[in-house]
Design a protein around this ligand. Structure first.
Ligand SMILES: [Zn+2]
Length: 390
């Protein structure tokens, strides 16, 4: 995993561009860019100028995805896409998403003048985080033709389904992204290769008991909704999957009132779908038992379920080879546009080490030398693809 002088210069440029792009926000004093906002349009314009500078033809599609293309001279050539997203969460860091787009542009710059047997496209997706409509991947699902009627009913921008492209023209999809976790830092590696993007279940639940006076109701006569919820929270921790209760709210809570109603969320993830489903079913059975024992009323609703997206074995092998033999292989607990593309064409993902595993926070940080390694890995991967399809 060495880095070349050209990629070091490109990495320095990526760091400068990350700072510049990180200042393009719809909120003063922090970074927020949501789907189709004026800030997204300004970001697209800025990134388009860099794509143009790298010799790419630039356009924005019907789902507001920014696409830079280096056309191949080969007749009937397919397309290799390098993408990530340009939208952000609220009060975001500057690398989650944009880094992958800027790395793609750096690859195009490095390969300038190299005849490739496929069109090389760099894509900045318009919506991965889903902040504006609470529906994720509008950009990549729009391009892959995977938007549902429910998505279109939810958005004001009715034309986004026209971004659909024929899947048969897509040869491969590559995405680089910050890890958003501590594994690479702990193992002291600049980059890692993603094996699969973990499936996810989101549950909304509530327990209803009986509110009462904290001083006058004997312990054995209570129907304390929070005590019941606490049992479920602790059980979730021992399920052997990634399980998180991220929201827990005591309805009209007060220090001298026994909690009568508690609402909470549960986020369950694992790369093995069967294991995730089994954990959810077990937790639900346990919640039913807790409710019965404590005479509480349980509501349990699965609001979202996504299956694990496996990365393409052959393309992942190619990326591993490009990254060097000792590169860590790891699952992704967070969702990415690559999960969408994996349903359409061979897809693979590269993680770049980030400081402290911090993401979705202004404290996001990457090392310039790690970015240089990522440039080299991606360039080698594209050249290897060219050799195989040449
Ligand atoms: Zn992201």
């Amino acid at each position: 995993m060495s880095k070349t002088r050209e990629s070091s210069a490109l990495a320095a440029q990526i760091m400068r561009r990350s700072d510049e792009l990180g200042a393009v926000s719809e909120e003063r004093g922090c970074l927020t860019r949501t789907f189709h906002s004026p800030a997204m349009q300004r970001a697209n314009k800025l990134v388009a100028s860099w794509m143009g500078g790298a010799g790419m033809d630039v356009r924005v599609d019907a789902a507001f995805n920014l696409i830079g293309r280096v056309p191949s001279v080969r007749r009937g050539a397919k397309c290799v896409l390098i993408g990530s997203h340009l939208d952000t969460v609220r009060n975001a860091g500057k690398y989650d998403g944009p880094l992958g787009v800027l790395l793609g542009i750096a690859v195009a710059e490095r390969l300038r003048g190299t005849a490739l047997p496929f069109h090389l496209e760099v894509v900045g997706f318009s919506d991965e985080e889903g902040v504006r409509y609470q529906t994720t991947y509008l950009g990549s699902r729009g391009m892959c033709g995977l938007l549902r009627a429910a998505d279109l009913a939810r958005v004001e921008e009715k034309g986004i389904a026209k971004a659909r492209r024929p899947v048969r023209e897509m040869l491969a999809y590559l995405e680089a992204h910050i890890e958003q976790g501590p594994v690479l830092e702990v193992s002291n590696r600049p980059v890692g290769v993603v094996t699969a993007i973990a499936g996810q279940t989101r549950i909304r639940a509530s327990l209803t008991g009986c509110a009462g006076h904290a001083g006058t109701t004997p312990m054995h006569l209570r129907q304390d909704a929070l005590a019941g919820a606490a049992e479920i929270v602790l059980a979730a921790e021992k399920m052997g999957v990634l399980a998180t209760v991220g929201q827990l709210e005591v309805d009209r809570g007060a220090s001298n009132v026994i909690p009568g109603l508690v609402r909470f969320t549960l986020d369950v993830r694992d790369v093995k779908d069967a294991k995730r489903r089994a954990a959810c079913a077990k937790l639900q059975r346990l919640a039913v038992a807790v409710a019965r024992k404590r005479k509480l009323k349980l509501r349990w609703e699965t609001v979202q379920e996504t299956a694990t997206a496996s990365m393409d074995p052959a393309l992942t092998k190619l990326l591993l080879k490009a990254a060097g033999s000792r590169v860590p292989r790891m699952p992704s607990g967070a969702g990415h546009d690559a999960a969408v593309f994996s349903a359409c064409c061979p897809s693979a993902m590269l993680f770049v080490r980030c400081k402290g595993g911090v993401s979705h926070h202004p404290g996001e940080s990457v090392k310039e030398s790690d970015v240089a390694v990522a440039v080299d890995v991606l360039v080698r991967a594209v050249l290897e693809l060219a050799k195989r399809h040449g």
